[in-house]
Design a protein around this ligand. Sequence first.
Ligand code: IMP
Length: 433
Amino acid sequence: MANVVIIGTQWGDEGKGKIVDLLTEKADYVVRFQGGNNAGHTLVVQGRKFIFHLIPSGILHSGKVCAIGNGVVVDPAVLIEEMDHLLEHGILLSPDNFIISRYAHIIMPYHRALDLARENRKGKAKIGTTGRGIGPCYEDKVARNGVRVHDLLDRKALMNKLESNLEEKNFLLQHFFNEQPLDAHSILDEYLAYGERLAPFAENVSQCLQAAVEQKRNLLFEGAQGTHLDIDHGTYPFVTSSNTVAGNACCGSGVGPSRIDQVVGVVKAYTTRVGGGPFASELLDETGERLQRIGGEFGATTGRPRRCGWLDMVVVRNAVRLNGLSGLAVTKLDVLSGLPTLKIAVGYQCGAQQLDAIPPEIHALECCQPIYEELPGWEEDIQNIRRFSDLPGNTQRYLKRIEEIAGVPLSIVSVGPARDETIVVRHPFDVNI
Ligand code: IMP
């Protein structure tokens, strides 16, 4: 038995979905613990396309329980749409394969309205949020004004919360942002209907996971976004509104830290970022465009093109420390095939200073120039290779250098989008603890 956390080491979109899908084979429970429908990944299974924003993709495997923990912010309309889409494809959700925490917070229409209004007002300084209401929902959680799943099951409690919240939100929307006010009664009916639909799945997820641990079941915790979008440890303020680091797998699901055995950091073989914020190794040239085109770097949630650049190991090393990584999953390695020379950022030049870590101030990071190490590329198509030792010498050298700089062993290498286009070096569920 082992419990494994999967985390993105960069700014999200590292290809976690595929790694989670792969590891789900050996998991009994797959748990989301933070974020909301700002995340998204696409899976194609037997020619059928599924886009998941909230439900763990483990739902496509039979015999697994997928859980949405208390740390997730849930847009119920999006969740129900995902449930309906699964149903259309013959995948039935029941409390035996899907549970949602009664304590997860609900994204309300005023959260979305405020998210969009704030971004519009910020003009050039905008964060580039996904506009899904994630930040305002977490704000209300911390301000203790949030609506939680269990509130959707109680007409009176919901009406009380709506009335007091809308008093403030409508004032802001109308008088500060010049937007339309929202009506409590129409929200009430809509959200009670969502509550009715979600009621069978609403659980104390912490207790369910504790029972699973006692039965020696394998738990897989699926992180959303990436380490550098973490509200505390990321490139603030260009971050999301939750803790994306491994430690939050515990807070966001109600499982104690001593239960976690392995933390796998997903490292895309190059770097991407969506939205605003510093990105030292960004490439605004043909190579950047090539990575974007060949890597299909367009968001699954908003369709926005992702900014692309060389692999930044300063960023990855930061993620090693923040998450206590025990293994690395390197993804999209095939995208680099055909590039004559590859660069890896190993430090930053910040004025006269050379740094080997991310500077504490965002303004300093904005001025950092990457210090690159160059490695020879490879011409070969690596998509059909299934053993590390069969990879071209230069590909092996690139991976070994990543391992060496990170100081963390390789667990998995992904050489193509399909589930089997993978080299498993050291399976996280099989590592002796
Ligand atoms: P929010 O999470 O919608 O508030 O957006 C805050 C920042 O996080 C923006 O730069 C988004 O583009 C970024 N972001 C949020 N979710 C993801 C994700 O799943 N992948 C990559 N970037 C994300």
